[in-house]
Design a protein around this ligand. Structure first.
Ligand SMILES: [Zn+2]
Length: 118
């Protein structure tokens, strides 16, 4: 059995850290544009999250999406299975990369295909 509770905690921590990086950028921005600070404070939490997401680059957005998908797979009991071939992903790979959706073989095939497309 996979330690899904530990993995879920790890995923949520990673997700929070990614958002925190965006929040730091926002604070820096507010420091330079302090006149809009009160306006920002009145906005809802939801909108702020969307703003934070906007500040993340594509790579970080992709990471958050991968984390969200992994969290859904935990809830549906699909976690730990390769999205492509359906085989079990080794626990060592999941511990190193909790958001991994593919087994090593499928991930490597995907990388090769990406290289050939260039
Ligand atoms: Zn696979």
């Amino acid at each position: 059995m996979l330690p899904v509770d530990d993995i879920r905690k790890k995923l949520l921590t990673q997700r929070r850290d990614l958002f925190r990086q965006a929040a730091q950028t926002e604070e820096e921005l507010l420091w330079f544009q302090s006149d809009i600070e009160s306006e920002v404070e009145e906005r809802g939490q939801e909108e702020r999250m969307v703003q934070l997401l906007d500040r993340l680059d594509e790579r970080m957005k992709a990471e958050i999406e991968a984390i969200d998908r992994a969290l859904v797979r935990i809830d549906t009991g699909q976690y730990g299975r390769c999205e492509q071939c359906g085989k079990a992903i080794p626990q060592s790979r999941l511990e190193a990369l909790p958001a991994a959706a593919l087994c090593m073989a499928c991930a490597q095939t995907g990388e090769k295909q990406a290289l050939l497309r260039k």
